[in-house]
Design a protein around this ligand. Structure first.
Ligand code: IVH
Length: 666
């Protein structure tokens, strides 16, 4: 695949998985898979700097921000850690540190607690604020909830603590509390928490702190920050923190050699299974704070620390049945239904089988004893079959040839692993899936409608496709089960409000394959109206910056269908917006078309953001770092020395504020 297209595809994917993980609390892939995608993107971006984007997921960490809490800026950003999965990668880290420091150093080995991170600020020995990680720059102020956690001191004991400092750590829900909570929830028919991490983060975000208090959260602290810390050693600071009343894990060890680090890892790979709380790895930190400072940070994580993730746990259980799910794009996913089995602290009953090739490779038979793993402890998958234990009469699992819901013959495109149901316009799960996507937060954001409501509306024949949403009236809804007048009103007013959603999100909401939020934005900026977009052929589409053949082909195919054109017409008639807002269009030119521009330094006439907007408005592209592909640097005062040096080396032109504004005037 074209590297440029792959870069955009990876960005869309990672944005989506970030959202699933941090906002929806419902990840679809394991941490390991996520990291692999992230690494692929990092490598490609390093190789092809011309496709730089400062909003790339590689430039930021995920976010747990929610609108219910007051947001507070972190004094020091809350970064994440680089992940490793093998001792080889740990050795690489160790060698990197050794080379960079060129001096003796100690590594502090700690458990990686699997909860939700928190930053606590103490002033004059009193807890004044507790903030979640949020997007790393700012987090949610959850002080009232944190005050209910008994292991977090509200007032410090002893003496010698700095007047003001921050201490960070992990809020956890111990296994026993988690299991009890899920038992109670099961009795009340409430949805269960998938793991203690979700339970801890969900609890910390409750509105009622008296409920939080009942949930018996716990916390370990592992990182002290401030201007006047007691010692140069990270470990030594934590021991002090312990004297002041903080809960510090007694499993932490200082190591002087790589071998000692390995011993720590090996010991806890087994020992962690009998700990009362969940852990998912080990964190290795250079102990001296002076050395930490020398090593510094990348944009996302410290160079002085790294996480080593434990191998996923494995369990053996019986395969009872394979069922098939049809998604909104028609992809058919096989799901294994298993005898319930305990795995990494949760009970597993279902596992994804991904596609027909995997079923074939495993030579899967019903009643087989199968190995289940939780990669990164999230969605379990089947990784092997115990063929010695094969039940002889078990039928071989074969992928269906027809859609399990609508009966249409399935198709499989050349070179693709997935089977699709081609019955785009009639297959119920595809229709419902498209409606779910349409109302989702990043699309039309119709909060009053969730999957259950869509199911009801569809099953009762009130909606047959997306545009039918706009014909609904509150009185139509009242006869639905469990529907009150208030909910009915909410649904209708939510739909009405969506008429204000801008064109770029409407285009994304249509659910065209490969058209994610960023691509939708580019397309709407380039074509301005839906009519122009619908009239565009592959050539016109690929002329737009960052639109490749695959996306172009998908857009053309989408609008070639009569049902899709009818859908657009019906939505237009309902008042949905299919034209870019005037303020976005006004004053647009092509003056900077095809130019990659880096902004650097301090400006007098406009802010950086304003310059960024100007570049985009005139067809240019604002990129983060200087490379061969940079057209020029919009240079203010005090431009960073490294950028300046690079610009000189590559011969990239510097353009002043005045020159830039003149350029746009001409
Ligand atoms: S240190 C700058 N130590 O892992 C480094 N983090 O991916 C700050 N975590 O967000 C983090 N146990 O929520 C550190 N012993 C430990 C940890 C730990 C768990 C979590 C933490 C952080 C994430 C990093």
């Amino acid at each position: 695949m074209d590297p440029k297209e792959r870069i955009y595809e990876l960005r869309e994917l990672l944005h989506r998985h970030n959202y699933n993980y941090y906002i929806k609390n419902a990840p679809e892939i394991s941490d390991m898979e996520f990291d692999a995608l992230m690494r692929e993107l990092q490598d490609l971006e390093a190789q092809y700097p011309q496709y730089d984007d400062e909003n790339s997921p590689t430039r930021r960490v995920g976010s747990d921000l929610t609108k219910e809490f007051v947001q507070v800026a972190h004094k020091y950003p809350m970064l994440s850690l680089g992940n490793t999965y093998s001792k080889g990668e740990v050795a690489d880290f160790y060698e990197r540190v050794k080379r960079a420091l060129n001096d003796d150093f100690e590594i502090c080995c700690e458990l990686k607690f699997d909860g939700t991170s928190i930053s606590l600020t103490y002033v004059d020995g009193e807890l004044v604020r507790a903030v979640t990680r949020g997007d790393g720059e700012k987090g949610d102020d959850v002080t009232a909830n944190v005050k209910t956690i008994r292991s977090i001191p509200l007032r410090l004991s002893g003496s010698g603590y700095p007047r003001e400092f921050e201490i960070r750590g992990e809020v956890l829900m111990p296994w026993a509390v988690f299991e009890e909570l899920n038992r109670e929830r099961a009795e009340r028919d409430e949805p269960l928490f998938a793991n203690p991490r979700n339970a801890a983060s969900g609890t910390l975000k409750l509105q009622d702190s008296s409920v939080v208090a009942k949930r018996k959260l716990d916390a370990f602290l592992y990182y002290m920050l401030g201007e006047e810390l007691p010692a140069d050693g990270h470990y030594e600071n934590l021991q002090k923190a312990n004297e002041w009343g903080f809960k510090i894990s007694d499993t932490t060890r200082k190591c002087r050699t790589l071998d000692e680090v390995y011993q720590f890892i090996d010991h806890f790979d087994t020992a962690r299974k009998s700990l009362p709380y969940a852990t998912d790895g080990v964190v290795l930190k250079v102990n001296s704070i002076i050395q930490q400072r020398n090593l510094g940070y990348t944009s996302k994580s410290p160079r002085w620390a790294i996480a080593y993730k434990f191998q996923a746990e494995r369990a053996l259980t019986r395969l009872n049945e394979v069922t098939y799910q049809v998604g909104r794009t028609g992809v058919v996913t096989p799901v294994a239904n298993l005898d319930p089995v305990q795995l990494s602290g949760t009970i597993v009953k279902r596992a994804s089988l991904h596609n027909a090739d995997i079923i074939e490779k495993l030579d899967l038979h019903i009643a087989d004893m199968v190995y289940v793993e939780k990669g990164g402890e999230i969605i379990p998958k089947i990784t092997g079959v115990d063929t010695d234990a094969r039940f002889l009469l078990g039928e071989k699992v074969s992928f269906p040839t027809k859609c399990p819901v609508c009966g249409a013959a399935l198709v499989r495109s050349e070179g693709e692993a997935a089977h699709y149901c081609p019955n785009y316009s009639q297959c119920p799960p595809q229709i419902k899936g498209r409606i779910e996507h349409f109302v989702s937060r990043e699309a039309m954001n119709i909060e009053s409608i969730g999957p259950e409501t869509i199911e009801l509306l569809y099953n009762y024949g009130l909606i047959k496709n997306i545009s039918d949403l706009y014909t609904l009236e509150a009185c139509d809804l009242l006869f639905l089960p469990r529907m009150g007048a208030k909910s009915a009103e909410n649904i209708v007013s939510g739909i009405k409000e969506s008429l204000n959603v801008p064109f770029e999100r409407v285009l994304f909401a249509l659910g065209i394959r490969y058209v994610g939020a960023t691509v939708a934005k580019r397309l709407t900026r380039a074509f301005v109206t839906i009519e122009a977009l619908m009239a565009a052929d592959v050539q016109a589409l690929t002329a737009v910056d960052e639109i490749g053949e695959r996306i172009a082909g998908s857009v053309v195919d989408f609008f070639a269908r009569e049902d899709n054109r009818n859908l657009v017409a019906a939505l237009q008639a309902a008042g949905v917006r299919f034209v870019v807002d005037d303020e976005v269009v006004e004053g647009r030119t092509d003056k900077l078309l095809g130019k990659s521009i880096v902004i650097s330094g301090v400006f007098e006439k406009h802010s950086r953001d304003e310059y960024k907007a100007m570049i985009e408005k005139h067809g240019g592209k604002n990129v983060g770092s200087v490379s061969k592909a940079t057209t020029f640097i919009l240079a203010g005062a005090n431009m960073g020395p490294s950028k300046l040096e690079k610009a000189q080396k590559l011969g990239v032109q510097l353009v002043s504020e005045e020159e830039f504004l003149n350029m746009l005037q001409e």
